[in-house]
Design a protein around this ligand. Structure first.
Ligand code: F6R
Length: 607
């Protein structure tokens, strides 16, 4: 992952570099650093941990200069200490890197034999040393970079600063995103347009294999064969303001509470209130004719795919295959020509999902991206995009992006069902009405926050927690377990309720809370039986259901949370909220870093 910023400007570079890093902190927060040219010489400051540590360091030891590069790290090779923090510098270059250089061992051995001394354990430093080696042979910075790029294997975005060259920055991209920002007599480099938003709204994206030479007054792009190419300049609508937490203690809580509004915003782009029908933007393929739908994503976005599978199959009667992107991309799956491949991603940059998207394109699929970041790589590369309008999601644990993804996919499932003649007008009207009431029902769920906070007290000491459900409730069980694991560090697993007796039930004893996701749907009785199997073995059941469901079980569960009674079709969108809140409150009680949990980053741009 990691985030990169570069500035070649008129005024002091460091404040802008640090501001850019803060906007990229979602990409990693293991360490950070900046390098500038002071009197044409490379100078740098680095710090372990979050960007506040770098700021503290810079306030003790300020750094001048109008040109510089900066980096926030998510560690891949080498522990997250200051020595392994970027920028990596030799006497001649300073370099920041996002990605993985796969042949770094071989290059490191070769360069060590040639007399270069490495100071870090990272794969990235090899690139700084390799360029230095080529500069030592008399090559210009441009030629040395071009030559070095041909020697490295793997995925990367790079920003390179050259000692003695106060009007030169070089960027390069293979696999990892990189954007160039155009100012007036200033140029910028960033992992995404958001990092550059306060400095400019004019952005060009490097394409795969590109490298770019930035000077204060222009940018010259080269493709992977070193040919000079032009790249479109786009205007971005991203706001330059840093997003705040409002009255909330954490971004995650703010984002959970935003859900009724942003689900509504998303719905507004797909639902015609006059006709009360789903009205999707025009798609460049006929959804009635696709032989199969394949949905690919990672993490929480994958659990959206899992919910969508149930929707598309049951409502639209179309065959759906889903997979996690890291498996799918190497599976060499045959795909029927003209099939629809849907890629779901908050960031639109997740490297495995992007690679899977490219594979599907090569397999002649219609490629549809469901993304939250409108200018992301997936949005640019897909044939069609359905946008989630969740707004910037800053908390590393995905919440509002998930429910907005579900909203888009529910609308798409209804539209697909209609196009294929799989539902009659009455069913369509019923499902459309159900989705239209989700924002107000989601608001009602927020009313249970206090009760969920109390529940958190009951489960916070547990060592293991199980989430179970059936149908779309199974997907929410998986999502609930993931949320809890990632921010509270409690071990949790999601299981299909019917699968419990095939092994995991052995884990149940009186110390294991079991969260049962059980809306009153056609599977309720079966989930209820599974819940009794759990209770018979001493398991502590926390029961999430509606009024009817809770009445049905009486006082059998240790605790219940009542979710509004809705059409089962939209239940997963609502049941996602209490599991998010539970994870949140448990994490707060445990005192973890809710918005930036250990070892994680928001945008996963490495394999
Ligand atoms: C979990 C979480 C991750 C992401 C996953 C995919 O809360 O946020 O599991 O869902 O890394 O990211 P995107 O959706 O950006 O492709």
């Amino acid at each position: 992952m990691c985030g990169i910023v570069g500035v070649i400007g008129k005024g002091p570079a460091v404040p802008r570099l640090v501001d850019g890093l803060k906007r990229l902190e979602y990409r990693g927060y293991d360490s950070s650093g900046v390098a500038t040219l002071v009197a044409d010489r490379i100078q740098r400051r680095r710090a372990e941990g979050k960007i506040v540590n770098l700021e503290a360091r810079l306030s003790q030891e300020p750094l001048d200069g109008t040109i510089g590069i900066a980096h926030t790290r998510w560690a891949t090779h080498g522990v997250p200490n200051e020595r392994n923090a970027h920028p990596h510098a030799t006497g001649k270059v300073a370099l920041v890197h996002n990605g993985i250089i796969e042949n770094y061992r071989q290059l490191r051995d070769e360069l060590t034999r040639a007399g270069h001394k490495f100071e870090s354990e990272t794969d990235s430093e090899v690139m700084a040393q390799l360029i230095t080696h080529l500069l030592d042979q008399g090559l210009s910075p441009e030629d040395a970079t071009a030559k070095a790029l041909k020697r490295v294997e793997g995925a990367f975005a790079l920003g390179i600063l050259f000692d003695g060259h106060p009007d030169l920055l070089i960027g390069a991209r293979r696999g990892s995103p990189l954007a160039v920002g155009w100012g007036q007599g200033e140029m910028f480099l960033g992992s995404d347009a958001m990092a550059l938003a306060p400095m400019t709204d004019k952005i060009s994206y490097l394409e795969e294999g590109d490298w770019v030479v930035l000077r204060r007054d222009n940018a010259v792009f080269h493709d992977e064969t070193d040919k000079v190419v032009s790249r479109e300049v786009r205007l971005t609508a991203l706001s330059g303001a840093l997003i705040g937490k409002g009255n909330h203690r954490h971004f995650m809580l703010k984002e959970i509470y935003e859900q009724p509004a942003v689900i509504g915003d998303t719905l507004n782009t797909m639902f015609n209130p006059a006709t009360r029908e789903i009205a999707l933007p025009q798609l460049p393929f006929d959804i009635a004719k696709v032989p199969k739908i394949t949905i690919i994503a990672c993490g929480t976005s994958y659990y959206s795919a899992l919910v969508a599978k149930y929707w598309f199959e049951r409502v639209a009667r179309v065959a759906v295959e889903i997979d996690i992107a890291s498996e799918f991309r190497y599976r060499e799956a045959p795909m029927p020509e003209g099939g629809l491949a849907i890629f779901i991603s908050q960031s639109g940059e997740t490297s495995d999902t992007l690679a899977a998207l490219r594979y599907a394109k090569a397999q002649k699929q219609h490629v549809l991206a469901v993304v939250n970041v409108p200018e992301s790589a997936m949005a640019r590369e897909a044939h069609a995009v359905l946008h989630t309008h969740a707004g910037p999601e800053i908390g590393v644990a995905s919440t509002k992006a998930f429910t907005c993804q579900l909203t888009v996919l529910a609308c798409l499932a209804i539209a697909t069902a209609r196009a294929r003649g799989a539902i009659d007008a009455a069913t369509e009207a019923k499902l459309s009405a159900a989705i239209a009431e989700v924002p107000s029902r989601a608001n009602e769920v927020m009313g249970h926050d206090g009760a969920i906070q109390q529940l958190a007290q009951k489960v916070m000491e547990a060592r293991d927690i199980l989430f179970i459900g059936r149908g779309t409730g199974f997907a929410i069980a998986m999502e609930g377990a993931l949320k809890l694991k990632e921010i509270s560090y409690i071990h949790a697993e999601g299981y299909a309720a019917g699968e419990l007796k095939h092994g995991p039930i052995a884990l149940i004893d009186e110390t294991v809370p079991v969260i049962v996701i059980a809306p009153s749907d056609h599977l309720f009785e079966k989930t209820y039986s599974n819940m009794q199997e759990v209770m018979a073995r001493g398991g502590r059941v926390i029961f999430l259901s509606d009024k009817e469901g809770i009445a049905r079980i009486g006082d059998e569960a240790e605790a219940t949370i009542e979710i509004p009674s809705v059409d089962p079709f939209v239940a997963p969108i609502l049941y996602a909220i209490p599991v998010q809140l539970l994870a949140y409150h448990v994490a707060v009680l445990k005192g973890t870093d809710v918005d930036q949990p250990r070892n994680l980053a928001k945008s996963v741009t490495v394999e």
